[in-house]
Design a protein around this ligand. Structure first.
Ligand code: MG
Length: 400
């Protein structure tokens, strides 16, 4: 069978369907969420007694939870869980303090000309984005990002200076989000640049948020605004076409700095995670928006065995997104639903918690509610006639 016949998500399901979990007490949640959840028995206390030095690049292994090595280290699920959460036994035993955190781990692979185009993506931005999108997956578990590792495969056409640019972006994002760069690997490639980033973070056991736990009548909320990154991509693609036709032409990006930045330099919403903690709101489910609102709400509904209703008029879209998309005849709503790469957080809260969300409406908007599964996932337009949502997000193996 051709991979493109199946599509990305069914492929992942098929490849990961008979993975055996040998450490069920430690591997709490495997493949299938933004993060899987692992437990390391009694790791935390001992970890604090070990030298804080961490090996840097090219060491074979990085010691993040040293004590874990005395108890068989958990094997993270290998394939495409966006992140993995490792729980210290402190939470299941009794240590009541923050040491009883879960740890989340997420990994992503970015391939030149599949995920990025160096004709218009500066290497520094690419490095920043490669880290940011992983931190976003950590946030999607309601966790705080703490460490990353970065591995690259690179062809001989890249100079040392070019790679320094890439790493400058990586380090900039680490500094911005106070994340420790603790290891990785470098190797050569025959086909351009490949970047793999793994990110780790922590979250207390009672706050870890999966995508599978939304309940009927929960309020669906989204941070920021949607569709802008897709608008930015359209502008960059257009300029690329113009540039190829006339290499001397300077791009005209005036007035569109917001949408371009949303495409080139997305920011993980660690601020939302902090806000929710401050408000003492634990979302009932959460996911980050990498493939578009439609796709992500379908993931939550499928995992939670619910339906969902999203109100068209409530979907937050920046005025600049409208303006940028106008010449392309792309509806901003389509960009929000199916564009992707917004890296905003989509989450559900119980009705009881909603009054707290109302205090942060400048950052988070209610856009709908969770329904019974039989109702399906629908967009509710202004005229009220339901439109079933479908996942038309970006497909890794699609033909287009
Ligand atoms: Mg994700």
């Amino acid at each position: 069978m051709n991979i493109s016949e199946l599509g990305e998500f069914p492929l992942i399901k098929r490849l990961t369907k008979d993975i055996q979990i040998y450490h069920p007490k430690e591997t709490i949640e495997g493949v299938g969420d933004d993060a899987a959840i692992l437990a390391i028995p009694a790791a935390q206390t001992a970890a604090t007694n070990v030298s804080p030095d961490t090996p840097t690049h090219n060491s074979n292994a990085t010691i993040v939870q040293p004590a874990a090595t005395t108890n068989a280290p958990p094997n993270p699920p290998p394939h495409n869980s966006n992140a993995t959460a490792i729980q210290t036994a402190a939470t299941t035993n009794k240590s009541p303090d923050k040491a009883g955190n879960l740890q989340v781990v997420t990994t992503d692979l970015l391939v030149e000309n599949i995920h990025f185009d160096l004709t218009y993506v500066p290497l520094k931005h690419l490095g920043y984005k490669a880290v940011a999108v992983n931190l976003s997956d950590v946030c999607a578990m309601n966790a705080t990002p703490k460490q990353i590792t970065v591995s690259i495969a690179v062809s001989s056409r890249f100079t040392v200076e070019a790679l320094e640019e890439l790493y400058a972006g990586i380090k900039l994002c680490c500094n911005r989000y106070r994340v420790d760069f603790v290891g990785g690997d470098t190797t050569s490639s025959t086909a351009g640049l490949i970047i793999s980033v793994t990110a780790l973070g922590t979250v207390s056991a009672n706050a870890v948020t999966k995508r599978s736990t939304a309940k009927e009548n929960d309020i669906i909320c989204v941070s920021g605004d949607l569709g802008a990154a897709y608008a930015g991509l359209q502008l960059l693609e257009k300029e690329k076409r113009h540039f190829l036709a006339n290499p001397n032409m300077q791009p005209d990006f005036e007035d569109f700095s917001y949408v371009l930045e949303r495409q080139l330099k997305p920011e993980p919403r660690t601020d939302i995670i902090e806000l929710l903690e401050k408000l003492k709101v634990v979302p009932t489910s959460m996911i980050d928006i990498s493939d578009g609102l439609s796709s992500e709400i379908l993931h939550i509904a499928e995992a939670s065995q619910t339906g969902a209703a999203i109100y068209e008029s409530k979907i937050p879209i920046d005025p600049e997104t409208y303006k940028a998309l106008e010449p392309f005849n792309i509806m901003p709503l389509t960009a929000a639903l199916n564009g992707g790469e917004d890296y905003e957080l989509l989450f559900t809260v119980s009705q009881n918690d909603y009054p707290k969300i109302e205090t942060i409406l400048d950052k988070v908007r209610p856009i709908g509610h969770i329904t019974e599964q039989a109702a399906g996932c629908n967009l509710v337009p202004d005229n009220g006639t339901l439109i079933p949502l479908s996942a038309q997000g970006w497909q890794s193996f699609g033909s287009n």
